[in-house]
Structures are given as structure tokens and as C-alpha cells.
Design a protein around this ligand. Sequence first.
Ligand SMILES: C[S@@+](CC[C@H](N)C(=O)[O-])C[C@H]1O[C@@H](n2cnc3c(N)ncnc32)[C@H](O)[C@@H]1O
Length: 219
Amino acid sequence: MTRTTEALIPKLQEYVAANSSAPDQVLLDLAAETEKLFPDDNFMQIGPEQGTFMTLIAQISGAKQVIEIGSFTGYSAICLARGLRPGGTLLACDISEEWTSVAERYWKRAGLDDTITLKLGPALDTLRALPAEPQFDLAFVDAEKEDYVDYWEELVPRMRPGALILADNTLHHGQVVDPDENATNVQGIRAYNARVSADDRVEQVLIPIGDGVNLARVK
Ligand SMILES: C[S@@+](CC[C@H](N)C(=O)[O-])C[C@H]1O[C@@H](n2cnc3c(N)ncnc32)[C@H](O)[C@@H]1O
């Protein structure tokens, strides 16, 4: 029994992966193709344990209407969409036609092309164009780190009571606690974690899975 989180040395990371549900062939092929097509960018994709975690979160929460901010080649959207209740939908927001053209191929292959709708354009514009009333059960934030607080302010009024907001990279490779690290994206993440912590409309936990997932539940 311990009250702290274990740091994952590589061997322990392997153990975690070996004891988590493995990605299926669609996700394995998507990860391989993303690495082949975009070797300089594929680090942006969430990892397999985080994917399984997000499918479970969607299932456990009973989510039906989901929004994703930052879809890249589609891995995280597949994981979330697979956890939705029957008839559920996911609005995938991104600005890259090139990356999301891969996503759309894999969403079709996963049988999710009727579930996931792609909205190309800056996510803040997409959010602001949506009615400012509760409509989503689950959100996943994974686009511009500098804009995370602005995504938050637009998302919260659009979430139903009990809805969940997940945000990725909220440990930012440990740089969040490095006083010498002041890149704008790290500052954006620090500001987001601080904003969520101070917001009494939610309760939240920062989960050290992947690069850190901030999980907030709207009261
Ligand atoms: C970290 S990647 C998302 C990774 C994805 N969630 C996954 O697991 O595969 C960030 C994505 O945000 C998109 N993006 C960047 N700026 C954006 C903006 N202003 N609005 C919407 N999407 C944006 C990028 O095109 C990129 O695909």
C-alpha cells in the first residue's frame, strides 16, 4: 500500500502494457501507417493503454454525445467512439485535411464512419458556433496547448451535468514542474491545470497515464 504513484521505468511500462487489453488490428495498422507516413509527427498519437483507458471511460460514463478537439490520424477518436452507447456520436475537430484523411479511412474501416463526424477548422471557431447549452457527455482535448484554457471556457457550458472532460499531455513530459521550462505550450498546460483546479464547477484528478490526462467531472 502506498500513497504515491509509481514512476514507470521501461520494464514496468512493458508490464503495464502486457496487462492491459491490447489494441486490435485496426488500431495496430493505424499506428503503423501513421508512423510510416508521418514519422516526425506520430509522437502526437495517444498510446495503447491510454486508448483502452479512454474506451473504458466512455463506456463507464455511458456517454452518447462526444466532442474531440484534435484528432490527427484518428486513433483517439476510434477509442472513444468504441465506448459510446448505441446511437452515440462523436464530433471530431481538427484543422489538417492531410492528417484527417487518414483518420477518415480508418474510421470507415472500424465501422465508425456513421458515428464520427469530422469538422475541419479551428476548434475554437467550431466550439463557439455550437449552441452555448449542455449537449455533450464527454470531451477530449488534445490540440493547441496554448489554447487549452480557451477550449475549457467554451466546453464547460456545453457539457451536461455529470459530463467528463479529458485533456491530454497535462504533465508535458514532466516539464510542468521544471522552473527553467517556459515554452508557451508548457505554460498553456500549467494554466489549464491551474484553471481546472480552481474551477468549482468541476471535480478533477490528474492521472499519470501516457503524458498525463486531466479528468474533470462537471457537477
Ligand atoms: C496531438 S494531435 C492529436 C492526436 C490525436 N488525439 C491522437 O491521439 O491521434 C493534435 C491535433 O490538433 C490539431 N490542431 C492544431 N491546432 C488546431 C486548432 N486550432 N483547431 C483544431 N485542431 C487543431 C492538429 O492538426 C493535430 O492533428
